[in-house]
Design a protein around this ligand. Structure first.
Ligand code: NAD
Length: 502
């Protein structure tokens, strides 16, 4: 039987917001009583007050995490026991799916059916996948001489600080929480001040699932207050950060200024989507780039925002993309059928409109969109926008816009395409479209990006690593490789005496 479509507007009116932090298993206000008002980007409605965490709250959360780690209430459990608790956590997420979807949409503006089908589903799947993995990964014995035994074991690090952005709040949190908790660590999560609601609810659900108090703490607040305090803390062993390259630099500085904690940065992108003239199904390539670029309002780190097209097929490609773009026009995010929702806040709307202006003034041509939309709602919407005639040295081709703005750049040869694709400070993802198997492999090898797609852009799975080359970051989220970030590698040498006598 099909699940009836909820009345999302009614669900949004009914939702209860508790903006207090979760520290040591308790809901608590900020130590100094500070709070900020959270409004929704979909129509400006006030959602509630959120604790404005500061250094004192981070101290309390780190102390709770350290105490939980030190007494072994979680790290000391058998992997199979941690698995069961985390599986229950994933089930709790799924049983609260409608509520979490509404919270995510109200908080950061994405269409609610995608919050449900993509964000809630992926968050639950991530937690469940690491739960399943944890009692199936083995440690190593080194091939040493017979006089000794060398064990190479992975141990949890201790206290992990997770600092995440607002574009996929639940998924980004789950990508840190899954491997960090499964490995036995304690976590202090600092969600974005623009999207704290689902993180707080996740912490409650984890407690309901039986995760011991203190193992997973959430301190909402601003980046320069709670975020900085967490990254500077002397008792935090590692920071799992996802966000902008600007703040990623600061994370490395904070580590240098404090305890040299490990810093794993998942940062911005300006991903190239390279279409050769030997790719027959131009329509599929054009429709794919529109879908991937405008998904999540263009607020995706891996959005294919630099589209490189061979001059021979560029006109046809542009025609299709320009016709596709209006299909993603923003609508009411709570309707259940809008393709695009609201940008996260007024500042982001201004930033995106500023880039559109910069593109025009540098001489690129708008072939679709180019303006704000739904201004009567009190929310922050922008039309899906396509620029033609872009050069790779223009501001719109160099900087991450983080909005629904696509730049189309022409090229004439394979060498030029590879050069342009790699001529970026970022290296998160790339895509090559060609029916020539030699060219597809040759170009894929040359592209300097953490993920390269061939003749598609949509495949994604928790089993594969996600992260970037160059200034898109270091370390990888997802897959078994993510355990490397939250575990220490220990070598234990054991002497084996030769047999005495016969
Ligand atoms: P941001 O860097 O502004 O903020 C990210 C987080 O860092 C937030 O929680 C914020 O409060 C905190 N923060 C801000 N200033 C801080 C400071 N001085 N000290 C400590 N913490 C601080 O990024 P954003 O605008 O929230 O997110 C968008 C960015 O995230 C884009 O660049 C996007 O590409 C990137 N992103 C990357 C990935 C990836 O996996 N590579 C995934 C999603 C988003």
């Amino acid at each position: 039987m099909n699940h009836p479509t909820p009345d999302w507007h009614a669900a949004a009116r009914a939702v209860k917001i508790d903006g207090r932090a979760v520290i040591g298993g308790q809901r608590v206000a900020a130590a100094n009583g500070a709070a900020f008002v959270k409004t929704s980007p979909i129509d400006g409605r006030v959602l509630g007050e959120i604790a404005r965490g500061g250094a004192a709250d981070i101290d309390a959360a780190v102390a709770a995490s350290r105490a939980a780690f030190a007494d072994g209430r979680w790290a000391g459990k058998a992997p199979a026991a941690r698995k069961k608790t985390l599986q229950r956590f994933a089930e709790k997420i799924l049983s609260a799916k409608d509520e979490l979807a509404v919270l995510e949409t109200l908080d950061m503006g994405k269409p609610v059916q995608y919050s449900l089908a993509v964000d809630v589903a992926a968050a639950a799947r991530t937690i469940a996948w690491y739960a399943e993995a944890v009692d199936k990964v083995y440690d190593e014995i080194a091939p040493t001489p017979a006089s000794a035994l060398a064990l190479i074991t992975r141990e949890p690090m201790g206290v992990i600080g997770a600092v995440v952005p607002w574009n996929y709040p639940m998924i980004m949190a789950a990508w840190k929480l899954g491997p960090a908790l499964a490995a036995g660590n304690s976590v202090v999560l600092k969600p974005s001040e623009k999207s704290p609601l689902t993180a707080l609810r996740l912490a409650e659900l984890a407690l309901e699932a039986g995760l011991p108090a203190g193992v997973f703490n959430v301190v909402p607040g601003y980046g320069h207050e709670a975020g900085e305090a967490l990254a500077l803390h002397m008792d935090v062993d590692a920071i799992g950060f996802t966000g902008s390259t600007r703040v990623g630099r600061k994370m490395l500085e904070y580590a240098g200024r404090s305890n040299l904690k490990r810093v794993y940065n998942e940062l911005g992108g300006k991903s190239a989507f390279v279409v050769f003239d030997d790719f027959a199904d131009i329509e599929r390539a054009a429709k794919t780039v529109a879908g991937s670029m405008f998904f999540n309002q263009g607020e995706s780190c891996n959005a294919p925002s630099r589209v490189l097209v061979h001059a021979r097929v560029a006109e046809r490609f542009l025609e299709i993309v320009a016709a596709e773009a209006p299909k993603y026009a923003p609508g009411d995010p709570l309707s259940g059928h809008a393709e695009m929702g609201a940008l996260v806040d007024e500042g982001q709307l201004r930033t995106v409109l500023g880039y559109i202006e910069a593109g025009r003034s540098e001489g690129a041509a708008v072939v679709a969109g180019g303006a704000a939309a739904r201004t009567e709602t009190g929310g922050y919407y922008v039309e899906p926008t396509v620029f033609a005639g872009v050069r790779n040295d223009m501001k719109i081709a160099r900087e991450e816009i983080f909005g629904p703005v696509m730049s189309v750049i022409r090229f004439d040869s394979e060498a030029e395409a590879v050069h342009l694709a790699n001529d970026s400070s970022y290296g998160l993802q790339a895509s090559v479209w060609s029916d020539n198997i030699n060219r597809a492999h040759r170009v894929a090898r040359q592209l300097r990006a953490g993920t390269v797609h061939v003749n598609q852009y949509d495949e994604d799975d928790i089993t594969v690593p996600f992260g970037g080359y160059k200034q898109s970051g270091n370390g990888r989220d997802k897959s078994l490789h993510a355990f490397d970030k939250y575990t220490e590698l220990k070598t234990t040498w054991i002497r084996i005496d030769a047999a005495r006598g016969a």
